[in-house]
Design a protein around this ligand. Structure first.
Ligand code: NAD
Ligand code: IPM
Ligand code: MN
Length: 349
């Protein structure tokens, strides 16, 4: 049966990189006869400014009924300082489809891309599991006496037992499935005893079910420090929504920058969403300079989740070859454009 993928290029370089990543996917579909079909949706800043529409009514039901995956570029536009369309579309899909696992692998494909002295491929290979449906991202709160000197702003941080437990369990199960032996849970329970005390107590229970895995805890400030000091000590990191956002950008830089960092938003067994970690980088939009590799690696993860592990591995291999051979955009030290890098990859595939 043909699997259907919804494509949402979004804004800025999201449009540039998904155009190229889609060519890579279409190359594989054609050369290997993959039963996949892409359908594009023009949701993003332009549509919002033109029609006032962000995530159209019925979109989530349509995804649940008719699609197997969603591939997103990026959302964000300087003309929309409220970020309303990105909140509605991106967070709307994460929350609305209950995609509680945000999987952000940090894998150094070529030692020359790492900014840390003397670190090589063997030192940087871990996965960040970011809780993706709760935390400070839920949008609960408000402003009182707005715009006055007495203004009060409240932004609630929501942590539920069920939500914390399911992301911890997913991280441990992932480790078990992949023969990994180390899981690190990170929070800030020393300063946030209510919300993150729940993380502590849930972690204490869940880790008992995985005694063969060496599990430990680090406060998130110490985690940031340790990732830079000795990244090789980490295999699986699991943390809350906001810390996962920050730690995954830190990790991205260790592997060469946001231009090479892919991600998946999952709810196992249901329609899932795939996107590069980076944003819309407005200053590079439409200039053929954005690195397409993060989006191309994201296609790789999507193919793995859709049941095509061979093609997924092939994409990662060819991306690594491109980097080894200097077939890269300026952020990785190369002199090629977005399109030229993708063309090379398509030809190699
Ligand atoms: P950003 O990721 O867009 O860009 C930060 C910097 O990283 C860029 O200036 C550039 O130097 C580099 N970079 C990122 N992607 C690159 C690529 N593919 N190739 C080469 N260099 C790349 O983050 P930002 O500047 O903080 O945010 C810009 C907009 O994107 C904002 O509106 C923000 O809210 C949004 N955003 C969206 C997502 C998403 O859709 N998932 C993620 C992050 C930021
Ligand atoms: C990301 C982005 C988003 C997030 C923004 C655009 C809301 O930074 O996907 O990492 O914080 O989740
Ligand atoms: Mn981010």
């Amino acid at each position: 049966m043909t699997k259907r993928i919804a494509l949402i290029p979004g804004d800025g370089i999201g449009i540039d990189v998904t155009a190229e990543a889609t060519k890579v996917l279409n190359t594989l579909i054609a050369s290997r006869g993959l039963p996949l079909k892409l359908l594009a949706f023009d949701w993003g800043a332009e549509k919002y400014l033109r029609e006032g529409i962000t995530l159209p009514e019925g979109a989530l039901d349509m995804f649940r009924r008719e699609f197997d995956a969603i591939f997103i570029g990026a959302l964000g536009d300087p003309r929309i300082p409220s970020n309303q369309h990105a909140v509605d579309i991106l967070l709307g899909i994460r929350f609305g489809l209950d995609l509680y696992v945000n999987q952000r692998p940090v894998e150094l494909l070529d030692a020359k891309l790492c900014p840390l002295k003397d670190r090589t491929e063997k030192d940087i290979n871990f996965v960040v599991f970011r809780e993706n449906t709760e935390g400070a991202y839920v949008g609960m709160g408000g402003n009182f006496k707005r715009g006055t000197p007495d203004e009060i702003a409240v932004q609630e941080d929501i942590n539920t037992r069920k939500g914390v437990e399911r992301i911890l369990v997913y991280a441990f199960e992932y480790a078990r499935r992949h023969g990994l032996t180390k899981v690190c849970m990170s929070d800030k329970s020393n300063a946030l005893p209510h919300g993150h005390g729940l993380w502590q107590r849930t972690f204490a229970k869940v880790r008992e079910r995985y005694l063969e895995i060496e599990s430990r805890h680090l406060y998130v400030d110490a985690l940031a420090m340790q990732i830079v000091k000795n990244p090789g000590q980490f295999q699986v990191i699991v943390t809350c929504n906001m810390f996962g956002d920050i730690i995954s950008d830190l990790g991205a830089q260790l592997q060469g920058g946001l231009g090479v960092a892919p991600s998946a938003n999952l709810n196992p067994g249901r329609v899932s969403m795939f996107e590069p970690v980076h944003g819309s980088a407005p200053k590079y939009a439409g200039k053929n300079v954005a690195n397409p590799l993060a989006a191309i690696l994201t296609v790789g993860i999507m193919l793995e989740e859709l049941g095509f592990p061979e093609e997924s591995a092939r994409i990662e291999k060819v991306v690594a070859e491109a980097i080894h051979e200097g077939i890269t955009t300026p952020d990785l030290g190369g002199s090629l454009g977005t399109r030229e890098v993708a063309e090379w990859i398509c030809a190699r595939l």
